[in-house]
Design a protein around this ligand. Structure first.
Ligand code: PMP
Length: 293
């Protein structure tokens, strides 16, 4: 795979109030966020030139910052406008958007009251998060080792950079064993989510999904719950023990990057993407205005 490094591309990035040439969007090595994980971010998708659920994502960015104890220097409306400006400037029709806010380099040490808050917004074309050839039979997940932490141990409800440390460890471990991703359990041992998407199980025609009490309550997750109920499927939010996978017929992941992705295997358990998953993929495609292939 030939990679174009993310710091060496054409285009522009919105940084602290204005668009700058892509390669100039740099920061200093003594940036608080780099040393202490004080950054929050979002992942958004652009469909037909429009950011899907832009308000919801921007509001979550603001909430994540609040959870980490800082205030974004721009209003939600200003960030929404900046996002649209960035997408337009880079001519993105179908792509991904990454806003990130972080504590800067004005102070070193754990305490950071004097660090100014920075915000950048980048966008690029990013078609399919998981290999498209796996979308038919479903991706393969291993069962992870690291646990989603108790909300008394980490700011679980923020989309905070530091929480992804165990995600990267899991993703690497999964790929090293030939899996696409990892199913992470929570600190109590219940099914939580993958490294970057929420999970749904179909058991006897009903949808079951974990209560997001110690991991991200995805915007796509909420969208899927709404679509499923509209479709007439019952949705049950509960704590789900791993053993419930033995009586599960279908599994899918959902998230901004993952969209709705069928899962064919989780460790020793296998599933066949079926009618419920197919119906929800069709509903999702319709909602984002994608013409079926
Ligand atoms: N969990 C994690 C850990 C994620 O990174 C994401 C992607 N943002 C999700 C769930 C799904 O959230 P959303 O649907 O809001 O993208």
């Amino acid at each position: 795979m030939s990679l174009v490094p993310f710091d060496d591309r054409d285009g522009s990035i919105w940084l602290d109030g204005k668009l700058v040439p892509w390669r100039d969007a740099k920061l200093h090595v003594l940036t608080h966020a780099l040393h202490y994980g004080s950054a929050v971010f979002e992942g958004e998708r652009v469909y037909n030139g429009k950011v899907f659920k832009l308000f919801e994502h921007t509001e979550r960015l603001q909430k994540s910052a609040e959870i980490l104890g800082f205030k974004l220097p721009y209003s939600i409306a200003e960030i929404e406008r900046a996002t649209e400006e960035t997408v337009a400037a880079n001519n993105i029709v179908d792509g991904y958007v990454r806003p990130i806010a972080w504590r800067g380099s004005d102070e070193m040490g754990v305490g950071a009251h004097n660090c100014r808050i920075h915000l950048s917004i980048s966008t690029w074309v990013w078609p399919s998060y998981f290999p498209p050839e796996l979308r038919q039979k479903g991706i393969r997940l291993c069962i992870g080792k690291w646990k989603r932490p108790d909300p008394e141990t980490a700011p679980s409800h923020a989309k905070a950079a530091g929480l992804y440390m165990i995600g990267t460890l899991e993703k690497h471990a999964a790929e090293a064993q030939g899996y696409t991703d990892s199913l992470m359990l929570d600190w109590r041992g219940y099914i939580a989510e993958s490294t970057g998407a929420n999970i749904f199980l179909v058991i006897d025609g009903k949808l079951h999904t974990p209560i997001p009490d110690c991991f991200l309550d995805g915007i796509t997750r909420r969208t899927v719950i709404g679509m499923a109920r509209k479709h007439g499927f019952e949705v049950i939010e509960r704590h789900i023990p791993l053993e419930d996978l033995a009586k599960t017929q279908e599994v899918f992941l959902c998230g901004t990057a993952a969209e709705v992705t069928p899962v064919g295997e989780i460790g020793p358990y296998s599933f066949k993407p079926g009618a419920v998953t197919a119906a929800l993929i069709a509903d999702f495609d319709a909602m984002v205005g994608r013409v079926p292939a």
